[in-house]
Write a protein that binds this ligand. Structure first.
Ligand SMILES: [Zn+2]
Length: 115
C-alpha cells in the first residue's frame, strides 16, 4: 500500500483497500491525525515543537527547541524596541539570546542574587 500502513489499520479507519489515485493523493496531502501519528511512531523520532509567542505583538511560531536555549521568561521579535518590552522587575537582571526561531530574541529575567 502506498500509504505504508497495515491493511488492518486502513480498515479500522475506514479506508477502502483500493483507493483511486485522487483519493490517495488527497489522503497524503491532507493526512488525518491518526495517519500522521502512525508515521511519527514508525520513524521513532518524536518531533518536539514548542510554540513561541512574541510578548509584544503576539506573533507566534512553532519551532524546534535548541539545546542551548535556557528557560525563556518570554520572547519577542527582534525588530521591537526595548521600550516596547515588558518591564523588568526591580532587582531582576535581564539576559537576551538572539537567533531564536526565525525572528525572536529570547529573554531570561532572573533575580539579581541568582544571576
Ligand atoms: Zn512581535
Amino acid at each position: 500500500m502506498a500509504l505504508d500502513i497495515s491493511m488492518e489499520m486502513a480498515q479500522r479507519h475506514g479506508i477502502p483497500s483500493r483507493l483511486s489515485e485522487a483519493e490517495l493523493r488527497n489522503l497524503q496531502d491532507n493526512p488525518p491525525a491518526w495517519l500522521v501519528q502512525s508515521r511519527a511512531n514508525r520513524t521513532g523520532k518524536r518531533p518536539v515543537w514548542v510554540h513561541l509567542t512574541c510578548a509584544v505583538c503576539g506573533y507566534s511560531e512553532a519551532v524546534r527547541p535548541k539545546k542551548w536555549w535556557p528557560d525563556f521568561s518570554f520572547v519577542f521579535c527582534g525588530h521591537h524596541k526595548n521600550s516596547e518590552l515588558p518591564e523588568l522587575f526591580l532587582g531582576d537582571v535581564r539576559s537576551e539570546y538572539e537567533g531564536v526561531g526565525s525572528r525572536f530574541v529570547g529573554v531570561v529575567d532572573v533575580r539579581e542574587d541568582q544571576a
